[in-house]
Design a protein around this ligand. Structure first.
Ligand code: UGA
Length: 430
């Protein structure tokens, strides 16, 4: 099938690359020429395991091309994906400026039967909005259909998630339009949910909000565990074995971050408000998440008798492993709190340090994890990178002022850390 994907951010590029891998003719469109140049050179503008290789393959085999012109791409395509950013506005409502602009350009370009697909995470009613904008450009209603097809990929496993989705959600007014997407995704052999536009849009927000709620729930339980001298790992394991609950997204830690959950939980709240429903539960989910990180900092402060003048080594800056993304990363809050209180931060991340430097240019950055321990009063494990899992704790502690480890992701066993002479603190247990 001939496909255009507008927007070469996370969702757009992965979608384009995977659709090319499935044998479609894909044009990836962006107004940022530097991103297109980078794709053309075979260099992925974002870090994502496996993406660059597949992207190069698509380009090499001729299935993947790039363009800076929506008009050009739209004139050659049967299906056009809108995959541009929808950042939260001041009141949490997603900002649809980019979606509107793209819809307008598509409307100005459509000359043959086209399916326009909203892939970006957009609030309920956005499919209707895109349809309206295209109609306003004078395109007859019979010439196009708008479909909602939200994505569920996770950063760090985006290619795998796109090739092996739990489900594909397709929302459309007309069955024929939905069938075009069924055809496009047929080779993935994934279960499909075919529904109306509004329901499809809501499925995305409800799913991310539910997952964030699940994490906040176990994090709240982790606080009770700390107070009650119980162990959240065992509580989570015991809960997760109930098939109705499930074990995924039940790991207590520093809280959820990234480019999706924070934005989508706020989007869920504002959508509910727009329809006159007070979804207070979502506000609690946010509050628990914020407090989870700050409480951890308070524990570090208490253990060290204040943070002023204390040297703290931060292990991991990315919002989660296998990505260089630091958007809404817990490291941002932890570093900010330490710096604000007069502490000295020395940080290491395998790939996210460059991004972090733009926000905190004045903290110390080290080339390896063992270097952050030098003269440190405490180490704080913020991101559970695999390379932090099997460290030589004796070596790590040998250069420290005091062997104190705050493990924000429950990577280490208490006995292992204590055997190496560490004072060990973690989430959800003594
Ligand atoms: C999330 C969803 O998982 C995807 O399904 C969705 O497509 C995507 O948002 C999106 O809307 O684009 P992502 O933000 O890449 O994906 O990352 P996750 O793996 O879901 O992790 C989100 C946050 O939750 C991270 O900060 C992670 O550390 C935290 N988390 C996750 C926990 O604290 N505990 C857990 O058990 C799981």
């Amino acid at each position: 099938m001939k496909v255009a994907v507008i927007g070469t951010g996370y969702v757009g590029l992965v979608t384009g690359v995977v659709l090319a891998e499935l044998g479609n003719d894909v044009i990836c469109v962006d107004n940022d020429q530097s991103k297109l140049d980078s794709i053309q050179r075979g260099e992925s503008p974002i870090y994502e395991p496996g993406l660059e290789e597949l992207m190069r393959k698509g380009i090499h085999e001729g299935f993947l091309t790039v363009s800076n012109s929506i008009a050009d791409a739209a004139s050659k395509s049967e299906v056009i994906f809108i995959a541009v950013g929808t950042p939260p506005g001041d009141d949490g409502t997603p900002d649809l400026t980019a979606v509107r602009a793209v819809a307008k350009s598509i409307g100005q370009a459509i000359t043959h039967q086209t399916v326009v697909v909203n892939k970006s995470t957009v609030p309920v009613g956005s499919g209707e909005l895109v349809e309206q904008i295209i109609l306003e450009q004078g395109v007859p209603a019979h010439l196009f259909d708008v479909v909602s097809n939200p994505e569920f990929l996770r950063e760090g496993s985006a290619i795998h998630d796109t090739l092996h989705p739990d489900r594909i959600v397709i929302g459309a007014k007309k069955k024929e339009a939905a069938m075009r997407l069924v055809e496009l995704y047929a080779t993935l052999e994934a279960p499909m949910v075919i529904t109306d536009l509004n329901s499809a849009e809501l499925i995305k927000y409800a799913s991310n909000s539910f997952l964030a709620m699940k994490i906040s729930f176990i994090n709240a339980i982790s606080r009770i565990c700390e107070l009650a001298d119980a162990n959240v790992a065992d509580v989570s394991k015991g809960m997760g074995m109930d098939k109705r609950i499930g074990s995924q997204f039940l790991s207590a830690g520093l809280g959820w971050g990234g480019s999706c959950f924070p934005k989508d939980v706020l989007g869920m709240l504002s959508t509910a408000k727009r329809y006159g429903y007070d979804f207070d539960l979502m506000q609690n989910v946010i509050d628990i998440n914020d407090d989870q990180t700050l409480n951890f900092v308070r524990r570090i402060e208490k253990r060290l008798g204040g943070l002023a003048g204390k040297r703290i080594g931060i292990m991991g800056l990315a919002f989660k492993p296998n990505t260089d993304d630091i958007r809404d990363a817990k490291s941002l809050i932890i570093v900010e709190e330490i710096v604000k209180a007069g502490g000295i931060v020395s940080a290491y991340d395998p790939i996210a340090a460059e991004n972090f430097k733009r926000v905190f240019p004045n903290i110390e950055y080290k080339d390896g994890v063992y270097d952050v321990s030098e003269d440190a009063d405490a180490l704080v494990l913020v991101t559970e990178w695999n390379e932090f899992r099997q460290l030589d704790l004796n070596r790590l502690g040998s250069k420290m002022k005091t062997r104190v480890l705050f493990d924000g992701r429950r990577v280490y066993k208490r006995e292992t850390a204590e055997r190496a002479g560490f004072d060990y603190y973690t989430i959800g247990s003594r």
